[in-house]
Design a binder for this molecule. Structure first.
Ligand code: SF4
Length: 166
């Protein structure tokens, strides 16, 4: 079980310095948080462990896989921004248990470039299988720090996390 502690402003500043997020009294700006989430995703892409998404979208069918990605608040914020950029103001509804961001017309992710961490690291055997937690634990910690700085309360299921940021 994850133990959460609230950071002091000094600790938040230390994290900001370590992650290039601007130090502040209180929460980071949304823009700074989004930049840091994107940096985490880029750092994941740069890992030597090879994974290659082939856009099969099997992992997007939560009812079939039995697994739903959980998002920290920074990830949800980024995903919600990306969805709004498509002109949508709410999560599309699907009746088949698939991810609401899987477009039924194109069979593609509506926010692929900004898809959450879990979509990049878990589930898919065709993409090379899940990352071992130890391979990405430092990146997970960074996402957790952003979550905490944004006043989040830990990872939530994809639909709930994104809906609350729209
Ligand atoms: S966010 Fe995109 S990649 Fe992730 S499960 Fe949903 S449709 Fe698939």
């Amino acid at each position: 079980m994850r133990i959460r502690t609230r950071m002091t402003d000094a600790a938040a500043g230390a994290v900001a310095a370590a992650t290039d997020m601007p130090a502040r009294a209180g929460r980071p700006s949304a823009a700074a948080a989004l930049d840091e989430v994107r940096r985490v995703y880029r750092d994941l892409d740069a890992r030597p462990v090879e994974r290659r998404c082939e856009l099969r979208t099997q992992c997007c069918h939560f009812k079939l896989t039995g697994k739903t990605p959980h998002l920290t608040r920074g990830e949800a914020l980024l995903a919600a921004r990306a969805l709004r950029a498509t002109g949508r103001k709410s999560l599309p509804s699907r009746g088949d248990g698939a991810c609401p961001l899987l477009d039924p017309q194109s069979a593609r992710c509506l926010i692929y470039e900004d898809r959450p961490f879990g979509c990049r690291t878990h589930f898919c055997a065709a993409a090379g299988g899940p990352y071992a937690r130890r391979e990405v634990i430092d990146l997970i910690r960074r996402l957790e720090e952003i979550d905490e700085q944004l006043g989040g309360d830990g990872p939530r299921t994809l639909p709930a996390a994104i809906s609350s940021e729209l």
